[in-house]
Write a protein that binds this ligand. Structure first.
Ligand SMILES: Nc1nc2c(ncn2[C@@H]2O[C@H](COP(=O)(O)OP(=O)(O)OP(=O)(O)O)[C@@H](O)[C@H]2O)c(=O)[nH]1
Ligand SMILES: [Mg+2]
Length: 327
């Protein structure tokens, strides 16, 4: 008799949406027994992964990411491709049982039979969102999705994590965002493979053109992320469905550039290696925190460190020495 994990695996690979949703719920869980099941699930699905185009879409709050992804996803789906969207929204809360979070609407795309949309819960376990999203991405690939899009709000580390799991990183910026945003933007502009100035319609069009010229100038001064690839700066209006196909063409160009030099394989290999060390890191910390001897001593040492009676380094050494050995 197939156990639950095997049923989920069979369902996923057979294209069953409910099984896919259950698989993602499993990889999102932090319960130790779920974690073991999730490890088995992802390991079993691994040979079926790697065939999709992995795209990250990031940008400041309100830049128009969801609206753009809905327009792009709909175009791709109408063109016969299957699209999975994983929305990592640090501010969204998972409403029990509901498919779509509050901020992740994409109503039209959600109804499209070739699309699958999944908001990621914020539940901020250490390194949690990135691991869950990576595994969710692999599960979607194994389920046969040809394009996987990861949406994230670019406000801090999240876009670096997303860049570390996708092939092509698309940065969306709204026109006329003030100078105060420049600092935030510079960090993420450096990660961008394709830059899109959104909302290039109506009254915003002139400001969008100016912004695009500014970004072209700025990108010129940056050291290229990939030698030989200058990130194009494009204008798009998701509202008018204008420029969306051009953005996709740029994503495909970028992907071809990576493919041609064997750089895609190298990039993905490097991403997997760095993910491995993140996993080691997270799991060691989880184990450490679960160790009764360690947790007993931890509070005490924290106090001593705060009072300055022991150095943080010496305290860390002592904490690690207290670990229970063997199992
Ligand atoms: N004029 C115009 N407005 C747009 C366009 N795309 C999005 N908007 C508006 O911009 C606002 C934000 O759009 P969203 O797609 O929710 O932006 P987002 O980047 O996903 O927002 P967060 O996920 O909250 O960070 C909404 O009021 C949209 O209607 C566009 O192409 N043209
Ligand atoms: Mg959004």
């Amino acid at each position: 008799v197939a156990d639950e994990v095997e049923q989920i695996i069979d369902g996923c690979t057979g294209g069953d949406r409910r099984a896919l949703a259950r698989a993602i719920t499993l990889v999102e869980s932090s319960r130790p027994d779920h974690r073991r099941d999730a490890d088995r699930l992802v390991q079993t699905l691994l040979p079926r992964t790697g065939r999709s185009t992995r795209v990250g879409v990031s940008g400041p709050p309100g830049a128009g990411k969801s609206t753009f992804i809905e327009a792009l996803g709909t175009q791709l789906a109408d063109g016969g491709r299957s699209v999975a969207v994983l929305a990592v929204d640090p501010s969204s809360v998972r409403s029990g049982g509901s498919i779509l979070g509050d901020k992740t609407r994409m109503a039209a795309l959600a109804r499209n039979p070739r699309a699958f949309i999944r908001p990621s819960p914020s539940a901020g376990a250490l390194g949690g969102v990135a691991r869950r999203t990576r595994e969710a991405m692999l599960v979607c690939e194994a389920a046969g999705f040809e394009v996987v899009i990861v949406e994230t709000v670019g406000v801090g580390q999240s876009e670096v994590e997303v860049d570390d799991m996708v092939d092509t990183f698309v940065l969306l910026l709204a026109p006329g965002a003030g100078d105060e945003l420049q600092g935030v933007k510079r960090g993420i502009v450096e990660l961008a493979d394709v830059v899109v100035v959104t909302k290039a319609d109506g009254e915003l069009l002139p400001a969008a053109r100016r912004a695009a010229a500014d970004y072209r100038q700025a990108l010129h001064l940056l050291r290229p992320k990939h030698p030989g690839w200058v990130p194009p700066v494009l204008l798009a209006s998701a509202l008018d469905n204008d420029g969306v196909a051009e953005v996709w063409a740029a994503v495909e160009d970028h992907r071809r550039m990576l493919d041609a030099g064997g750089r895609l394989g190298a990039r993905r290999a490097q991403q997997a290696t760095s993910w491995f060390w993140h996993e080691v890191n997270d799991r060691l910390l989880t184990e450490l925190r679960a160790d009764p001897r360690v947790s007993e001593l931890a509070g005490e040492l924290e106090g001593d460190v705060a009072h300055g009676s022991i150095s943080p380094g010496a305290a860390a050494a002592r904490l690690l020495e207290a670990r229970s050995t063997g199992d």
